[in-house]
Design a protein around this ligand. Structure first.
Ligand SMILES: [Fe+2]
Length: 342
């Protein structure tokens, strides 16, 4: 569809949805509209529990972080979205830079979300932590052979790696964190080394793990919670986690998090949702009703209990890079991945 027509269709859609929202408000119904790039089931338990406890109805629209960002921008003041929820810090930073969020002055959020895991200007808040690390088949690899992301550029891994494609935000943010730590030149050398090892590029962390377990490759890089999920289904699966870069900067951390949109119609409900999600006993619960617990992520709230499967993974050293820096190097990371032929 040509851009103008697509824009008009989107604007009409937005107007329709926002008319629906106004009608709901007129009937005294409380709602919150979320644009979410979380892709772990149609409606996660935590939203169901939030609605049960607060009476606020949750309406979800799902898509990739990039697609939802574009949609928010095109809809402008007409957007029905009150909350933008992303699985990647990079897109939260971009949304803030493009003026799509409003700052939220909340004592609850400041107390529940550590400073390093939220925007310095309080426009977005991390709500769960995901560690992107090395995974391997214990029949094929001894953990003593593993050390860092960089070391996977060694020719000994030729034909043995499974990685996520360059287009995915998880790859982009990992490379952004490497640029922050090593500089562009060194990072490019490493990425070219990965490419020279002819990795299988698979656009699903779960499928990467299944391929490793089936002997299709020996080593990969995935988010830790996908391993947690597989262990819950099959504790004997032939995949193990190796915490990367423990002798230097630590394993790469990203957060899933959210902000209240600049034009939120249901602003108060949106703030209530974020506060609820950051609460140690509610949205941060270590069971399936909590945002981190239900998805085997690490909570951001230090008072929250861990999911037992995650507790067994231990407490790795985590890259202390302030999360706002991940956003800063997104474009450089995309360009670098292109130059390296990834
Ligand atoms: Fe994910």
């Amino acid at each position: 569809m040509p851009t103008l027509r697509r824009f008009i269709v989107l604007a009409l859609l937005a107007a329709l949805i926002s008319a629906g929202a106004n009608a709901a408000a007129a009937q005294g119904r409380q709602i919150v509209n979320i644009y979410s790039s979380r892709h772990y089931g149609a409606m996660e338990q935590m939203f169901v529990k939030f609605t049960q406890e607060t009476g606020i109805e949750v309406r979800l629209s799902q898509g990739s972080p990039q697609a939802l960002l574009t949609r928010l921008e095109q809809e402008g003041a007409q957007t029905p979205a009150d909350v933008f929820f992303s699985v990647d810090t990079g897109s939260l930073v971009l949304a803030a830079e493009r003026g799509l969020f409003q700052p939220i002055d909340s004592e609850v959020l400041r107390a529940n979300v550590p400073e390093a895991l939220r925007d310095p200007e309080n426009r977005w808040f991390g709500l769960s932590q995901r560690l992107r690390t090395i995974v391997y088949n214990p029949d094929k690899v001894d953990p003593s052979e593993l050390s860092t992301y960089e070391a996977l550029a060694d020719p000994k891994w030729n034909g043995r790696l499974c990685l996520r494609p360059a287009t995915h935000v998880y790859t982009i943010s990992l490379v952004a964190s490497m640029i922050a730590a090593l500089g562009e030149e060194k990072t490019e050398e490493v990425v070219k080394g990965w490419v020279a090892n002819k990795p299988q590029l698979i656009d699903s962390d779960t499928r990467i793990l299944e391929t490793i377990a089936a002997g299709g490759c020996d080593v990969g890089i995935t988010n830790h919670y996908y391993v947690g999920r597989l262990y819950a289904q099959n504790p004997d699966i032939k995949v193990k986690i190796f915490w990367a870069n423990q002798e230097d900067r630590g394993v790469h951390r990203n957060v899933a998090g959210a902000g209240v949109t600049a034009n939120a119609v249901n602003r108060e409900n949106a703030i209530k949702l974020l506060e609820w999600l950051s609460d140690a006993e509610k949205g941060q619960a270590g069971d399936e009703t909590g945002l981190p617990g239900g998805n085997y992520e690490y909570p951001v709230n230090v008072r929250a209990r861990l999911n037992p499967i995650i507790e067994a993974f231990g407490t790795p050293k985590i890259d202390a890079l302030p999360l706002s820096e991940l956003g800063k190097y997104q474009k450089a990371a995309i360009d670098l991945l292109g130059r390296a032929g990834y």
